[in-house]
Design a protein around this ligand. Sequence first.
Ligand code: OAD
Length: 251
Amino acid sequence: MKESDIVKAARLISQSKRICAFTGAGISAESGIPPFRGEGGLWNKYDPVILEIGYFITHPAESWEAVRTIFYDFFHQVKPNPAHDVLARWEASGILSAVITQNIDSLHTQAGSKKVYEFHGNSDRLVCIDCHKNFKSNTISLETLPPLCPVCYGILKPDFVFFGEGIPPAAYQHSTHVASDCDLMMIIGTSGEVAPANHIPHIAKRSGALIIEINREPSQYTGTITDLYLEGKAGELLPLIDELINSNYYT
Ligand code: OAD
């Protein structure tokens, strides 16, 4: 990547009026959460079947064993990194209109972002697959698996989207609206492998938005819809762009 590409990104961001971000697991990698695919990816170690709804229903204890290790054992220890912080600051200063995220780790919200559309839901709550009541995950013991509903003793499932489940309707509607209304979309740390989330940047592109992408390696978007590709770590590149914007050093 050329240094001038970072300057170009800062210029394009400064010239745009409605910017949104579309983020994936890569933005949380520098907070210590492993991504799913690529180097050190979870799917090299676990079988993605554990996140299939059909498998969960028939093998709740096995599915929960992995889910607890991956998503619950250490999520409470992780903190937003400089990439989350920059996006939160950009929203506060009016540069960014919203974040659409595939992540379930709440780190955008923890960093201070307010308009966050969680396409795959969130790990903060568990839902009963029988009575559909939901509970804050930190109020339910995960020592014995699967955890059971305190009301009807049905099996509790993390209230995020498993493979084979629908997208939460409000998140879907807000995300498609924001994508079709933006004039610049920043795609950050996603492989673009998972549908229907991976359609969101295509909606932005079709509506005429410019696409800037940050990733450690080329994704489904690089060389297809991405206009400016910045290769590197989100937690390093976003602060650099932010610095240029703050110092007006991009003209
Ligand atoms: P992936 O793991 O598929 O992709 C993560 C991307 O982030 C890869 O392209 C990496 O190259 C890139 N990356 C890694 N570290 C980075 C860093 N420090 N800075 C920038 N980029 C970095 O994750 P997602 O695209 O989010 O679904 O995966 C989509 C969905 O697949 C997830 O939401 C999850 C999973 O199955 C559900 O749980 C339903």
